[in-house]
Design a protein around this ligand. Structure first.
Ligand SMILES: *Cc1c(COP(=O)(O)O)cnc(C)c1O
Length: 421
């Protein structure tokens, strides 16, 4: 039975306009940076399947480790019980995270990792009988699709239907040399109310790969730390090598109190969320009083199979070849930027590590919903490349195993799109 012309009416797809969107493309197999349809056509996955894949599809080593775990223990309740993959993954990750990260709390995706971080901060103050309940975040932030994560994300067309139900958040601009002073003095005026500051370090993914400098984030973080405002680094997207270092926070001198991970955590194999925190956060919950407990736990928290995928992915991530691939992609991106940056259709380019973004010159309409995005998307699909523009912003975010040949093909296809569209 062919999937290609089949009526796929049973499924409601995310981020898909109901009436006008083209039917989804059935994918039956993956290998390396390629996803294959049933006719064997390869689509190069230049967006790492929504930013999750880091070592390539159906990686045989991860597959073997996952299969072994499945035959051993598929799942067990994580309240009152524990298991080897969860223990080993937490210990090994804490070893490579900023030194103040001391405890790992599992959940099952990026949004829930953020929910946990927010609840840790709010209850941190609550447990001490201190009334600090406001959250500071960046305009344009994206922290997930659940209600708390939506609330700390920028208000946009995506949240419009729920805006009146989202709790109030203090939003500030991304920091730079000229506004840093006014940002910090603005924060000082709110300090007594502020529980925490949540941010995507260095790169705001969903808002269009917006990038900002470590120096000014460091200054903001230092200011918040002085004022007792807890710091949450949402590394759900930036974690595991995307920015050129293992974690975006490795570019900073300040350390966050809390960090959130998902996406690359299992190498793009399975859903898993992780929130890590400092001893100071944990100690605010350490009590004989039942009411000081963090009452949060998902059914599939710390699923052993997902944790084993995380461990296998970490093994691969720590191999020297992965670091070499990350450096190779960074260099190749940089060379490509030099070639196209003066093209009349290129408004601007930006790069942090393996993340390359370019804004298409459109004249006027630059919203996420601009039709240019759809046109570009179709153009690349026909060429066998998955690039998913955010409006007029094209970004390349490949699995680290992508070959030079595949990268060249992506670059040259972007080059033709610039000339033809
Ligand atoms: C994708 C993303 C999330 C949400 O993760 P999900 O697994 O999709 O729920 C949260 N924060 C950031 C920075 C993200 O990019």
């Amino acid at each position: 039975m062919s999937l290609i012309n089949r009526d796929l009416k049973a499924i409601w797809h995310p981020y898909t306009q109901m009436k006008t969107a083209l039917p989804p493309i059935p994918i039956v197999r993956g290998q390396g940076a390629c996803l294959y349809d049933e006719n064997g056509k390869c689509y190069i996955d230049a967006v790492s399947s929504w930013w999750v894949n880091i070592h390539g599809h159906a990686h045989p080593y991860i597959a073997r480790k996952v299969a072994e775990q499945l035959n051993q223990l598929a799942h067990v309740i994580f309240a009152g019980f524990t298991h080897p993959p969860a223990i080993e993954l937490a210990e090994r990750l804490l070893e490579i995270l900023p030194g103040n990260q001391q405890k790992a709390f599992y959940s099952d995706n990026g949004s829930t990792a953020v929910e946990v971080a927010i609840k840790m901060c709010l209850q941190y103050w609550h447990n001490q009988g201190i009334n600090r309940t406001k959250i500071l975040a960046f305009k344009n932030a994206y922290h997930g699709d659940t209600f708390g994560a939506m609330a700390v994300s920028g208000r946009s067309a995506f949240t419009a239907a729920f805006d009146s139900m989202l709790f109030e958040v203090e939003f500030i601009d991304l920091p730079n040399a000229s506004n840093i002073k006014s940002l910090t003095s603005g924060i000082s005026q709110l300090t007594s109310k502020l529980a925490c500051f949540i941010f995507e370090p260095l790169v705001q993914g969903a808002s269009g790969m917006l990038m900002y400098e470590a120096e000014y984030l460091d200054q903001l973080m230092a200011h918040c730390r002085n004022e007792g405002i807890l710091l949450i680094a949402d590394e759900v997207f930036t974690g595991f090598g995307r920015t050129g270092k293992a974690f975006a926070c490795d570019h900073l001198s300040m350390r966050p109190d809390i960090m959130c991970f998902s996406k690359g955590l299992t190498g793009g194999t399975m859903a898993l969320g992780l929130t890590t925190c400092s001893q100071q956060i944990f100690d605010a919950f350490l009590s004989d009083d039942r009411l000081k407990t963090l009452f949060h736990g998902h059914s599939y928290t710390a699923n052993p199979v997902a944790c084993s995928a995380g461990l296998a992915s970490l093994d691969l991530f720590l191999e020297p070849a992965t670091k070499e691939n990350i450096t190779r992609i960074e260099t190749r991106h940089r060379e490509f930027v030099l070639k196209i940056k003066d093209h009349p259709r290129v408004r601007t380019t930006r790069q942090t590590g393996t993340i390359l973004a370019m804004e298409w010159e459109t004249g006027a309409d630059t919203s996420y919903f601009s039709s240019l995005g759809d046109e570009l998307y179709q153009y690349f699909l026909e060429a066998g490349i998955i690039l998913r523009p955010l409006g007029n912003i094209i970004y390349i975010l490949p699995p680290y195993c992508i070959t030079d040949e595949q990268l060249n093909y992506i670059y040259s296809t972007i080059g033709s799109a610039l000339d033809e569209l």
